[in-house]
Design a protein around this ligand. Structure first.
Ligand SMILES: Cc1cc2nc3c(=O)[nH]c(=O)nc-3n(C[C@H](O)[C@H](O)[C@H](O)COP(=O)(O)OP(=O)(O)OC[C@H]3O[C@@H](n4cnc5c(N)ncnc54)[C@H](O)[C@@H]3O)c2cc1C
Length: 593
């Protein structure tokens, strides 16, 4: 065995969307970091559609960006089509979505990581997370190299014991053409005794656009004017760039007939796949099965890049065999002559129960092990990126023996996401929606910077040169909210911010002012409950009057605050009242002793 000389503060396993944000954040915060990933050429690969953002996901990207993460900036850099979603609803839930050039996105992320001081990147596969004295001490790789580490962040995505399905055909893989991570899956289950479960997801076929008859589709041009997804992108400069087009069409009665005749040949319905997939990204065969009365479904044709003719067909996710996939394509007017470049498929993989995590994403079972991304039962690049960022921040803070960083539900969608995961767990792949956020009037796309840039600056994730411009911008926003008709005075250079942006924000804020104040009051109560820490060693079963079931749930989740306890399903408001009294009594007794 070769032992690496360096003891890393943080090792990140996996260079997907969670791993990239985790490694970058940890290194930026001064922790000596190593990113270990199976293949350097697939860093930040978009396994499914080549787009970032979407309903509620767009808000997450804005939040990652406002905290100093990279996803938003790289999305703008590689953008080939902008589309603001939900514009038929109020601006509180407007969600940006950006089609990207898949390869430019990947290579830009790889280059960003390569340039980052404190960060090493090595192409290798982790097969064992090593522990001693019940804490992590390093990672063993398939090459038999041991990398010593103080903290490990696992972000292995869909790769743990991954298997791919196309019709009745099944083969091993984390993604099509990528090796599964089998030895590590065994190590997590058998040695570390993590509570592993299994989910599935799927992707549509890709086609060559050369023979498409575009006259048959509805054109969906890029938004003009556009709204950049990153707060740090100069929108005027961005608008000068050339963008591509997406197209919209629908499945036909012929598509419907093919699907109905071949149900039993789909991996989903032939009995080959047993695990649950994302309800909100169903396969096309799923749609026909679940909504039999609907005979036509929308399809979105999205280019995969500036320098390729490959198109992704959103809405056509399938695990049908190859001949059926070919017939499905030919059943759509305008696509009759298209050739499939890559088949659609489903993938089944292991994930770890997120209820075993603290809100910092550190494992309750193995100290100094953090988990982020799809491995926690979520789905989506944005959900993965948000978790990666939080895990990276907390692993770095842990090495520096500093207070952990946790976002509350009223501060960010990322806070809602992690709070839901650790308290409620998952019984299907978790995707973010605006409806999951009870304080969504506070968590808007237009105010993500006002909410989170102060955290990004404090953590050292945002360059200090932005501090004065941000403060000046915040001041302009406050002036405009106070007096919308008066031209604001600008104290400093606004850099990437502008008076126009502030006007946009103030206008939306005014529209929601009443709701905003109400949400803020509710959020204050939540913050007060979250400030009540549950002392270590507190035993819920010692609380007289607490239901046995409630005590069991509290023991299982081990909440760190009274607020967190209140959000565990099945724990009632009267349980919380009892707990509050007993926590206070427990603390007084402990202090007296
Ligand atoms: C077929 C398919 C279809 C999907 N469809 C959708 C969809 O419709 N909607 C949606 O929102 N999301 C979809 N996704 C999910 C989306 O791709 C993920 O949510 C997202 O990529 C998760 O990011 P991640 O960083 O957690 O993991 P990933 O992006 O999967 O990255 C994991 C990384 O870890 C590396 N790795 C794994 N094991 C090891 C190891 N032992 N050692 C070193 N490196 C390792 C891998 O090589 C990879 O780079 C789909 C994914 C797949 C594969």
């Amino acid at each position: 065995m070769f032992v690496c000389e360096e003891t890393y503060d943080v090792i990140v396993i996996g260079g997907g969307h969670a791993g990239c944000e985790a490694a970058l954040a940890s290194a930026k915060m001064g922790a000596k970091t190593l990113l270990l990933t199976q293949n350097l050429d697939t860093i930040a690969q978009m396994s499914c559609n080549p787009s970032i953002g979407g309903i509620a996901k767009g808000q997450i990207v804005r939040e990652i960006d406002a905290l100093g993460g990279a996803m938003g900036k790289i999305t703008d850099y590689s953008a080939l089509h902008y589309h603001m979603l939900n514009t038929g609803k109020g601006p509180a839930v407007h969600s940006p979505r950006v089609q990207c050039d898949k390869k430019i996105y990947q290579f830009t992320f790889k280059h960003t990581l390569e340039k980052q001081p404190n960060l090493d990147i090595i192409q290798d596969e982790a097969v064992k997370i090593s522990t001693s004295d019940n804490r992590v001490d390093g990672v063993l790789s398939i090459r038999n190299t041991f990398y010593p580490a103080k903290n490990v962040i696992l972000t292995s995505g869909t790769f743990l014991a991954g298997s791919i399905h196309i019709g009745t055909e099944m083969f091993r893989g984390g993604r099509y053409n990528d090796m599964p991570s089998d030895l590590l899956a065994k190590n997590l289950r058998d040695d570390l005794k993590l509570n592993m479960m299994r989910f599935k997801t799927g992707t549509p076929m890709r086609i060559n656009a050369r023979y498409l008859d575009f006259s048959q589709f509805r054109l969906q041009p890029s938004d003009n004017p556009l709204q950049a997804i990153s707060h740090f992108t100069d929108e005027k400069e961005q608008a000068k760039r050339t963008f591509g087009c997406c197209y919209v069409t629908r499945t036909t009665l012929a598509t419907d007939k093919i699907l109905r005749e071949n149900f039993q040949r789909s991996a989903m319905y032939s009995g080959n796949i047993h695990s649950i997939g994302p309800r909100y990204c169903p396969s096309v065969e799923d749609k026909i099965k679940k909504f039999p009365e609907v005979t036509s479904h929308p399809l979105f044709l999205e280019p995969e890049g500036f320098y390729t003719e490959e198109f992704y067909i959103q809405g056509f996710s399938t695990s049908m065999p190859e001949d059926v996939q070919r017939a499905l394509i030919a059943s759509v007017p305008g696509m009759e002559k298209a050739t499939i470049t890559r088949l659609g498929y489903a993938v089944e993989y292991d994930f770890s129960d997120p209820k075993d995590l603290y809100p910092t994403l550190e494992s309750k079972k193995i100290p100094h092990l953090f988990l982020a991304g799809q491995v926690n039962g979520t789905t989506g690049y944005e959900e993965a990126g948000g978790q990666g960022l939080i895990a990276g921040i907390n692993a770095a803070l842990k090495t520096q023996e500093k207070e952990p960083f946790v976002l509350r539900r009223d501060e960010a969608y990322i806070g809602v996401l992690i709070d839901d995961l650790v308290n409620k767990g998952v019984n299907e792949p978790y995707r973010m929606f605006t409806s999951r956020a009870e304080y969504r009037i506070l968590l808007r796309n237009d105010n993500a910077d006002l909410r989170l840039v102060p955290h990004g600056l404090k953590l050292g994730l945002i360059d200090e040169r932005y501090r004065a411009p941000f403060e000046a911008y915040r001041d302009v926003c406050a002036q405009l909210i106070e007096n919308p008709t008066k031209e604001p005075s600008v104290k400093d250079d606004l850099s990437v911010w502008s008076v126009e942006k502030a006007k946009r924000h103030a206008e939306i804020h005014k529209k929601y002012e009443g709701y905003y104040e109400r949400n803020l009051k509710d959020a204050e109560k939540l913050a007060a409950m979250d400030a009540v820490k549950i002392p270590q060693g507190f035993d819920p079963s010692a609380v007289r009057g607490l239901l046995f079931e409630s005590a069991q749930k509290l023991k299982e989740v081990r909440p760190q605050t009274l607020g967190q306890a209140s959000r565990i399903p099945g724990v009632t408001p009267s349980d919380i009242q009892l707990l509050a009294v007993h926590i206070e009594r427990f603390r007084r007794l402990k202090n007296a002793r």
